[in-house]
Write a protein that binds this ligand. Structure first.
Ligand SMILES: [Zn+2]
Length: 315
């Protein structure tokens, strides 16, 4: 493959310490399997390794309110508990969640300083269901939403585009920016499905009206359907918005092998979506894209999709 871009890769073994308990689909083994596949792939040596460091509490508060952050910390200090019925946390989860956010922030730093062209963070817990007030749906802190505010507050860039192709609607990210014209949130997701939000008529409010774009998809949709939405809906909106930076909420649970969904995406399809995101980035913001893992619960579907995603970021 003809490779042109320098792509950063962020991972930390501490991500395995967030213990969700026996039988939970969002478990550390997800990342172990992806890492093993990556190390055995042709692209491992091409990736530029970047070490994540934890985000600070102040950075978490760019999105989340103090009471929620403190509640998670206290719960972990007591050994763990449940943030909601499907979001168990363990003693280490607070620190692991800071390190997941931190990977996104360090990747952003590396892109903006020119150390790399783009980057991918293989992190857990995922983030896009975490609202400003509460975590849910396997998510504690909203890694990508905090990244968007970090870009604005600490790197002085104005406009951020978030592309969310996880199987599920990113209700937390939408909530964080629903009235904000400086962060454009695009989500393509299966509907009806958890968490139930993300109708096409949810498009933002007040000065943020028109800066949220939802493309709900029925079960059974295929890669060409996703590509059509990206070309015909996302691309013109994104070019009009002219972002200074692009973040991807890269969940791979829309893969046809995934046990949680009914969308028939393929790893090649995710490669096509990556190409379109990169085309938008090249046309608007010098190719600046930071991508972070969200969902993805099929070992084979997830590892193949991450590899193809990285191959296309490298190209
Ligand atoms: Zn998901």
């Amino acid at each position: 493959m003809n490779q042109h871009k320098r792509t950063g890769f962020l991972y930390h073994p501490d991500y395995l310490k967030h213990d969700t308990g026996y039988g939970h689909p969002e478990r550390g083994q997800r990342l172990v399997i992806v890492l093993e596949a990556l190390r055995n792939s042709d692209i491992w040596g091409d990736l530029i390794q970047i070490e994540p460091t934890p985000a600070t509490i102040d950075q978490i508060k760019y999105i989340h309110d103090s009471r929620y952050v403190e509640a998670v910390k206290q719960m972990c200090n007591k050994g763990g508990g449940y943030i909601d019925y499907d979001t168990p946390i363990s003693a280490e989860s607070f620190n692991v969640a800071l390190l997941a956010v931190g990977a996104v922030l360090r990747g952003i730093d590396a892109i903006i300083t020119g150390e790399v062209d783009n980057a991918f963070a293989l992190v857990r817990p995922p983030g896009h269901h975490a609202t400003p007030h509460v975590g849910m749906g396997f998510c504690i802190f909203n890694n990508v939403a905090i990244g968007a505010r970090y870009i604005q507050k600490e790197h002085n860039l104005q406009k951020v585009l978030i592309i969310d192709w996880d199987l599920h609607h990113g209700n937390g990210t939408q909530d964080a920016f629903y009235d904000d014209p400086t962060v454009f949130y695009f989500s393509i997701h299966q509907s009806p499905l958890y968490p139930g939000s993300g109708r096409a008529d949810e498009s933002g409010t007040k000065t943020g009206a028109g800066f949220t774009l939802n493309s709900p998809m029925r079960a059974g949709k295929r890669p060409e359907d996703y590509v059509e939405i990206f070309e015909q809906q996302l691309k013109p909106a994104a070019i009009k918005f002219q972002p200074d930076f692009i973040l991807i909420s890269a969940g791979f649970d829309a893969h046809r092998l995934d046990p949680l969904g009914g969308i028939n995406m393929t790893e090649e399809g995710f490669g096509q979506l990556t190409d379109i995101a990169c085309e938008i980035a090249d046309a608007t913001c010098n190719g600046k894209i930071m991508s972070a893992l969200e969902g993805g619960y099929s070992s084979a579907g997830l590892s193949k999709s991450v590899i193809v995603h990285l191959e296309h970021l490298l190209t």
